[in-house]
Design a protein around this ligand. Structure first.
Ligand code: PAF
Length: 290
């Protein structure tokens, strides 16, 4: 373990196990905040929540090659470990775990976690191998640390649904805690990939939030037709010349199935490319509360 001025940094799995075991031996609870680094206030809110609910909060920082396909931004994904460590310390974390790819995957894995069905819709259509990579690395992190709780942002809503389902199906003894999306003042969801946006593209990136609000308004005003709600969301995306939309969808919040008639707890989800940045966002609507 190298003791930085801000927060202890652990780079090897064996050292991580020792550090976490020491905390647990004293009866301490352990919270995990899995990240790929280049942290923002949204990540910090997860750390703050974990620090309030656990004796030791570990933030993992690992850009996971398994969840990037050929041609995606694995090589250029933004990285700044020193800045991340300071942000983790400021938010109350006790330890940063930042393994190398060789330490995380000492041999090419031939075992993979697939959450069937949930991995094939929405983001899974555009990124068919992505969620197997996510589920596999999260399962490994759970195995390495044995956290009592793990914290994920609702910004990656499908990821959260997949991790919840994996945890339930594999009876993993972890409470998966979903936390609200953090937004800039103009509604853009915070994301490490927002750094790819140029000054000219940045205002256009709010189109995702505008599309979601328009979809929500349609449901609030009484539309119960998924076609109708998706069409109004898609129209907002299409009207932004700097955006190339991938999808605008309304699904059941728990199953991610597309209902025939809108009812119960729904999730509106959109994805679009703006310049180099591929952006996703989502919003919940509970028909029972309207
Ligand atoms: O959301 C992320 O940053 C990543 O997908 C995660 C959960 C850390 C797995 O690599």
């Amino acid at each position: 373990m190298s003791a930085g001025t801000e927060i202890p940094l652990v780079e090897r799995v064996s050292e991580l196990r020792d550090a976490v075991e020491a905390a647990r031996a004293q009866g301490g609870s352990v919270g995990l905040v899995p990240t790929m680094g280049y942290l923002h206030e949204g990540h910090q809110s997860l750390v703050t929540r974990s620090a309030a609910e656990n004796d030791l909060t570990v933030v993992s920082i690992f850009v996971n090659p398994l969840q990037f396909a050929e041609g995606e931004d694995y090589g250029t994904y933004p990285r700044d470990l020193e800045r991340d460590r300071k942000m983790c310390a400021a938010a109350g974390a006790g330890l940063v775990f930042a393994p190398s790819a060789d330490d995380m995957y000492p041999q090419t894995p031939i075992t993979s976690v697939t959450v069937k069905g949930l991995n094939a819709v929405l983001e899974g259509r555009v990124r068919p191998t992505h969620f197997d990579g996510v589920a596999t690395v999260v399962a490994k992190l759970f195995a390495m640390l044995g956290p009592g709780r793990a914290y994920f942002g609702e910004k990656d809503y499908q990821q959260l649904a997949i991790i919840r389902r994996m945890t339930a199906d594999l009876s993993l003894p972890v409470e998966v805690v979903g936390c609200p999306t953090f937004r800039e003042s103009d509604g853009l969801a915070m994301s490490s990939r927002n750094v790819y946006l140029t000054a000219e593209e940045r205002p256009a990136a709010t189109v995702l939030w505008r599309s979601l609000q328009t979809g929500r308004d349609a449901v609030v005003q009484g539309s119960r037709s998924p076609d109708e709600v998706e069409a109004v969301m898609a129209a907002v995306l299409a009207a932004e010349p700097k955006a190339s939309p991938d999808y605008a969808a309304v699904v059941d919040a728990a199953t991610l199935d597309r209902p025939d008639v809108l009812d119960g707890e729904l999730r509106l989800l959109v994805a679009a490319r703006v310049g180099r940045a591929r952006l996703i966002d989502n919003l919940g609507v509970d028909c029972a509360r309207l």
